[in-house]
Ligand binder design. Structure first.
Ligand code: ZN
Length: 338
């Protein structure tokens, strides 16, 4: 299997449609091809159309991109791969505008590519956070339309981060109120929530943190009702939350800076997908050179989304709408140790 740790290795490994299609083929059928029509395994690649493989038993042609995010895309696979590589390996990520320049495609195409790839930045098999987990909420500014003005609104984001002891490399719960010294940040999760109610906070914690974990919080009144967790409120008196919950506050401030620096502010409508990207990048910050392959593997597993799903409007050409079929609020990460 090709591995592309540097730009030149990437360009060499994925120089044409055939090499990209071969990569997708191996990701989709790691244990060998099985014909979706007849279940037999003998297959031949079509030389003229690298995406297609033909079953030698029943003749059915199967595309390596059928059922993936790339489904029905008219873009060459090399463009998809190049976009995934740029988005994951560039130190701050890439806006659609930057991608448009790099790929030589229209802005709309670049924007859809970034949205589709961002939606793939969640591993459906992710494991919940565990051990000792800081949880807190923050308000992040968003922009409306194309301008980012000083009086933009705020969205409420909740985050959780694992607290790992440096010397043992483990998340070791201490007695309540004891200090956690010399720690580092493990994996994070982020989601947009409607409010600070116990229901909103519980839904996030239940979806993202393993039962039995120790929750370090600012003692907000919405936490004590959470069952199945050990709650250790950290804020005593006037002590500032960023002192006692350093890792989640660091993540929030990185999120703020990243969203302003790379995207000039997040757009409310698509906040969840940007949070996906931030979490994906954060959890792989030490493995950026290989995260491109992780993303493509996720792309290979992901159901296709239509343009209308992505812009979150009803398709005017379809009378019956599937409005409200959104989600992907809960984010994460999978296989890194970061
Ligand atoms: Zn067949």
């Amino acid at each position: 299997m090709a591995s592309a740790r540097s730009l030149s290795q990437f360009q060499e490994a994925f120089s044409d449609e055939a090499s990209c299609a071969a990569f997708m083929f191996k990701r989709r059928w790691p244990d060998g091809f099985v014909c979706p029509a007849c279940g037999k395994r003998r297959v031949a690649a079509l030389k003229s159309r690298p995406r297609l493989h033909e079953c030698l038993d029943c003749g059915r042609q199967t595309s390596v991109t059928a059922g993936t995010v790339m489904h029905r895309s008219r873009l060459p696979l090399t463009t998809w791969f190049w976009a995934a590589h740029l988005m994951t390996t560039h130190s701050n990520g890439m806006s659609a505008l930057q991608l448009q320049d790099q790929l030589g495609v229209t802005y709309k195409t670049a924007w859809l590519l970034t949205q589709k790839l961002r939606r793939s930045m969640v591993n459906p098999d992710r494991e919940p956070l565990e051990g000792v987990v800081e949880v807190d909420q923050a308000e992040i500014a968003f922009r409306e339309g194309d301008t980012f003005s000083g009086n933009a609104g705020k969205i409420l984001v909740i985050g959780a981060v694992e607290v790992i002891e440096r010397d043992t490399n483990q998340a070791k719960p201490r007695r309540k109120h004891a200090k956690y010294l010399d720690t580092r940040s493990g994996r994070i999760r982020l989601a947009m929530i409607a409010d600070n109610s116990a229901a909103s906070i519980e839904a996030f914690v239940n979806a993202n943190v393993k039962r039995g974990a120790t929750l370090l919080t600012d003692g907000h009144k919405s936490y004590p009702g959470l069952t199945g967790y050990r709650h250790d409120p950290r804020v005593v008196g006037k002590m500032a939350a960023h002192v006692v919950l350093p890792w989640i506050h660091r993540a929030f401030s990185l999120l703020s800076r990243w969203s302003l620096g790379t995207y000039h502010g997040l757009r409310r409508k698509h906040v969840d997908t940007y949070l996906n990207e931030f979490v994906f990048r954060y959890n792989r910050r030490y493995y950026r050179h290989v995260s491109f392959e992780t993303l493509l593997a996720l792309v290979a597993d992901k159901e296709p989304a239509s343009y209308w799903d992505i812009i979150k409007r009803d398709n005017p050409r379809k009378s019956a709408s599937q409005a409200g079929s959104m989600p992907l609020l809960h984010i994460d990460e999978p296989d890194s140790a970061g």
